[in-house]
Write a protein that binds this ligand. Structure first.
Ligand code: NAI
Length: 468
C-alpha cells in the first residue's frame, strides 16, 4: 500500500509533521528505530532533563530557600532513585501520549531503521533483521542529531564516568566533582542539576563566554549568578583530552591564549560540546540526497532536498538545533504536502535555557545589531524593581528590549531571571506581528506580575520606565 508521506524519525520534528499531515488527510507513516516515539527530546533530552531540573530546584529551595519566607522545614533528604522515578514517569507519560496521538490520527508506526532506497521508496529494517519495503509519494527526513563529541579529540563515552547528556540524566549517585566540557545549553542545564544536588561542578569552555550566541550582557550576568550558586568556570580553555583514570576521569585543557596544558580530575566528566546532524545509514548518498559541508541535508526554502519528493526538517538541516524549530518545520512541510502554504519565520524562534534562573531570548542580540550596523535603542528593566518578583524573592535578573531607533519595531528581547522561558513569549507574539516597543508598553499588563518587567523594559526603549 502506498503512503502519501513516510516520515523517517519520530522526534518532535517527525511526529509533529506526521500528526499534521494526518490531520490534513494524508495517509501517513512514521519510521522509528527506538521502541518509543518522541526522539531525543522526549526520551533523553528536553523532557527528562526538565523533570530533573524542576525536582533539583525544589530540593535546593527546600534546602536553603524557605527561612527567608518565614518558615522552616527539616533538612530535605535526597532520594535520587525517587527523583529518577519521577523522570521516568514523566517520559513514559509523554511517550504513551504520542502512541495515543498516532492511533487517534491513524498514523502507521513502523519500528525499525529507515533507509531511503530512492524517490518514493523506503526500506525499514526491524530488530529481527527483516526488511520491509514501503512505497510512498513523499519522504520526510527527520532523523535529528546525535552527540558530536569534541572535534579532534577521541572520547570514549561509557555513560558512567565519561558521559554525554544521556548518561548525565542517569547517574546512579551524585558525583563529588563533575567536570562539564562545554559551557553551552546542555552543559549548563545538566551541570546545574548536579550542582544543586550537591556536586562540585567545574565548567570548562573554549570561548571566553558561556552561552555563545546569546546576548553578551545576559550571558555575563548569568555566569555571575551561576558562580554565586557555586559553579566554577574555566573559560578560554580548550579541552584536548578526556580519559578514564583509575577511579575517576581526567581532562587535559590548554589555555586558548597560550600557556601550559593543565589537568583536572573528577568523578564524572560530561562532554557537552555540541551535536551533529544524524544521517548514518539513511542512504542519502545512494539516493542522491545531497549533504552540505557540515553533514546536514541540503534543503531549499521549502524543505525540498536535491531529490524530488524528499524533504527534510529539524536538527538534520540548517538552523538552530531546537525541538520547537523542528516542530514548526514539521507543520510547514505537512501543509506544503497538502497543497497549502507552509512557512516558518526564522526571525522569531525563541530560545530558552532551563536553568535556575532561566535565560530566554528571541530575535537579534545587541552584538548582532551592532555588527549589522542597525541603529537601535535598548530598554532595560531589573527584576529587583518589580513588586511580584520581590514578593517571591526572585528579584535577580533583568529584561532587555531592543527596538529599531527609527521605526520602533522590536528586533530582539533578552531575559535572564525567574520565569524567563514563559515571559519571552509575549515578545515572540509581538514580534510575529511586527509590533513596536510602544505597542508592548501600551498593552495593559496585570499587576502585580513578572510580565510587567517586559512592559517596563519596552517603555525604557523610547522614554522612561515608571518604576525606576
Ligand atoms: P552548544 O553548541 O550549545 O555548546 C557547546 C560548547 O562547547 C560551545 O560553547 C563550545 O565553544 C564548547 N566547546 C567545543 N569544543 C570545546 C573544547 N575542545 N573545549 C572546551 N569547550 C569546547 O552544544 P550543547 O550544549 O552540547 O547543545 C547541543 C545542541 O542542543 C545545541 O544546538 C543546543 O541549542 C541544543 N539544546 C538546546 C536546549 C534548549 O534549548 N534548552 C537544551 C539542550 C540542548
Amino acid at each position: 500500500m502506498a503512503y502519501d508521506v513516510v516520515v523517517i524519525g519520530g522526534g518532535p520534528g517527525g511526529y509533529v509533521c506526521a500528526i499534521k499531515a494526518a490531520q490534513l488527510g494524508l495517509k501517513t507513516a512514521v519510521v522509528e528505530k527506538r521502541s518509543t516515539y518522541g526522539g531525543t527530546c522526549v526520551n533523553v533530552g528536553c523532557i527528562p532533563s526538565k523533570a530533573l531540573l524542576h525536582a533539583s530546584e525544589m530540593y535546593s529551595e527546600a534546602s536553603h530557600g524557605f527561612e527567608a519566607l518565614g518558615f522552616t522545614t527539616g533538612k530535605p533528604r535526597l532520594d535520587l532513585a525517587g527523583m529518577m522515578a519521577h523522570k521516568k514517569q514523566t517520559v513514559d507519560q509523554n511517550t504513551k501520549g504520542l502512541e495515543f496521538l498516532f492511533k487517534k490520527n491513524k498514523i502507521d508506526g513502523l519500528r525499525g531503521i529507515g533507509k531511503i532506497l530512492g524517490k518514493g521508496k523506503v526500506a525499514v529494517t526491524g530488530e529481527d533483521g527483516k526488511v520491509q519495503e514501503i512505497e510512498t509519494k513523499n519522504i520526510v527526513i527527520a532523523t535529528g542529531s546525535d552527540v558530536a563529541g569534541i572535534p579532534g579529540v577521541e572520547v570514549e563515552f561509557d555513560e558512567k564516568v565519561i558521559v554525554s547528556s544521556t548518561g548525565a540524566l542517569e547517574l546512579g549517585k551524585v558525583p563529588g566533582h563533575l567536570i562539564v566540557v562545554g559551557g553551552g545549553v546542555i552543559g549548563l542545564e545538566l551541570g546545574s542539576v548536579w550542582a544543586r544536588l550537591g556536586a562540585k561542578v567545574t565548567v570548562v569552555e573554549f570561548l571566553d563566554t558561556i552561552l555563545a550566541g546569546m546576548d553578551g550582557e545576559v550571558a555575563k550576568q548569568f555566569q555571575r549568578m551561576l558562580a554565586k550558586q557555586g559553579m566554577d568556570f574555566k573559560l578560554g580553555a580548550k579541552v584536548t583530552g578526556v580519559e578514564k583514570a583509575k577511579k575517576c576521569a581526567r581532562i587535559t585543557f590548554e589555555p586558548v591564549k597560550g600557556g601550559d596544558a593543565q589537568r583536572l580530575e573528577a568523578d564524572v566528566v560530561l562532554v557537552a560540546t555540541g551535536r551533529r546532524p544524524f544521517t548514518d545509514g539513511l542512504g542519502c548518498e545512494e539516493a542522491g540526497v545531497e549533504l552540505d559541508e557540515r553533514g546536514r541535508v541540503k534543503t531549499d526554502g521549502h524543505f525540498r532536498t536535491s531529490v524530488e519528493g524528499i524533504y527534510a526538517i529539524g536538527d538534520v538541516i540548517v538552523g538552530p538545533m531546537l525541538a520547537h524549530k523542528g516542530e514548526d518545520e514539521g507543520v510547514a512541510v505537512a501543509e506544503i504536502l497538502a497543497g497549502q502554504a507552509g512557512h516558518v519565520n526564522y526571525d522569531v524562534i525563541p530560545s530558552v535555557v532551563y536553568t535556575s534562573p532561566e535565560v530566554a531570548s528571541v530575535g537579534k542580540t545587541e552584538e548582532e545589531l551592532k555588527k549589522a550596523g542597525v541603529d537601535y535603542a535598548a530598554g532595560k528593566f531589573p527584576f529587583s524593581a518589580n513588586g511580584r518578583a520581590r514578593a517571591m524573592l526572585k528579584s535577580d535578573g533583568f529584561v532587555k528590549v531592543l527596538a529599531d531607533k527609527k521605526t520602533d519595531r522590536v528586533l530582539g528581547v533578552h531575559i535572564v531571571g525567574f520565569g524567563a522561558g514563559e515571559l519571552i513569549h509575549e515578545a515572540a507574539v509581538l514580534m510575529e506581528f511586527g509590533g513596536s516597543s510602544e505597542d508592548l508598553a501600551r498593552t495593559c499588563h496585570a499587576h502585580p506580575t513578572m510580565s510587567e518587567t517586559v512592559k517596563e523594559a519596552a517603555m525604557a526603549t523610547f522614554f522612561k520606565p515608571i518604576h525606576m
